[in-house]
Design a protein around this ligand. Sequence first.
Ligand code: ZN
Length: 540
Amino acid sequence: MAQRLSPAILALILVAAACGSTGPSPSPAAASPSPTATPPIATPAPTLAAAPTPALELADLAQFHAAMRPEFAADVDGSPDLTRYAIDVAVTFNADGTATLAGREHVLYTNQQTVALPDIVFMLWPAAGGQYASRMDLGRVTVDGSEVRPQMENDGLTARIALPAPLAPGARAELSAEFTVKAFPWTGGSGIKRFGITGRVLLAPTFYPLIPRLVDGLWQTLPAPPGGDTTNSDSALYVWRVTAPADQVIVGSGSVVSATTTGQTQTQTIVTGPMRDLALAVGPLRLTSRTADGVTLNAYLLPEHADKASAILDVAAGQLRTLEALVGPYPFAELDLVGAGLCGGVCGIEYPGEVFIDAGSAMPPLPGEEGFGPSDQEELFQLLDITVHEVGHQWFYGLIGDDQLLQPWVDEAATSYTEVLYAEKTSGAAAARDVLRKFQDQLRASSDRELPVGLGIADYPSELEYGVIVYDKGALFFDALRRQLGDPTFFAFLHAYYERYRYGFASARGFQATAETACACDLSALFDLWVYKGGAVPAN
Ligand SMILES: [Zn+2]
């Protein structure tokens, strides 16, 4: 999410911010209001008619090399125990304006814990409500070939699968699941959505049963918060096949390894490197591509927004080069930027290898906001800021994972600070100071400016304060850390942090420990003031 509008509509923006994150909600009911204007499901959703031919292959690690830049292919070979997903999904657009995703997945799961696992959990995120304008039903589930009956929890968000026998450390289980998702059109005035149909584009991230993280031996099954990011999951390897109408464009995380069209139907097979989630978009999108640092950058925009592609790719390439130099390499062959009407304002959503950016207002303004929208030029600047931010998330969240629900600053504060790094690298120190000044202005306007950046969203008084503290104050914390360490040590720390957590999962304490190792110093006073306890911070 990028915040570049006047304070008068900042609240709107922050409500709409979806690349933020939230903590656990007090109750699922409070966290997940029903999507507005949701048509009833009139008929049972279809399922895949027949077994796909040929079956997708999970055993072959080398197939995933195609998703990597050649110099990073070995990262796949070094990750044999990552969970592997083979997913077939068929997308149908229905006459009533909805869409149906009918699929099946086959999962190879290795127990990387030191204790046996009695069960495995699937998260069915399209069933979460709130940001998901969708429903999801789980069909037949098997474990090692035998059908099992999952225990449904969290109002249908979680399917817990008791294993026939505990899965020993290092042992593998093979699971399969059939699923059906119904996606609904979005309407304005209901805050940001991340799943559904907007401006003729189906946005369908995490459309499949996703295995969440194990934290201290327990599956993390927290329900979706109303405004922030939703999922927590470990990096996995995916081979997936999408079938959709031939007149639409398919955009998926990873790299396409085969594409065929038969009559009115097209099929693409896509592989990924180690990614912690997938995003899928299907719509009448127009592709503009560019290569930067060996990475193919793809801007997918509706025809009416296609004139923005060049500017989007300029800043995406600039941010890619900035973070490759200052943090670490982007190891994947491809990064997709999908323009769609997310919130009618300023917002974006990040997924590994694919980001959604608000390329234009597909939704009407909220009551009272009519006529106060930005000019075309302002809208373009905002779009480019969003692009900088969401590309930054490929490093902070995509490559370096973190708990998006409980410690959102670990990716959001870092990503907000990448906006400073981008400005500094591409336009100089004065431009970087301008970005910092905007963060300072936002923080100064907050009555809760002494709150620490290290809370979950549920711990903040409102989503507005969450945004100001985690994003704006969080970026200022990075600036304070940089000042305390000095540039050589600060950037050595960023590189070390990347190397330590690439494809993994960082925590606040891990972040601090890595910084303290880099400087050979005690940073507890700085972290207490900014991250853990709060208080009045220097104005600078
Ligand atoms: Zn963000």
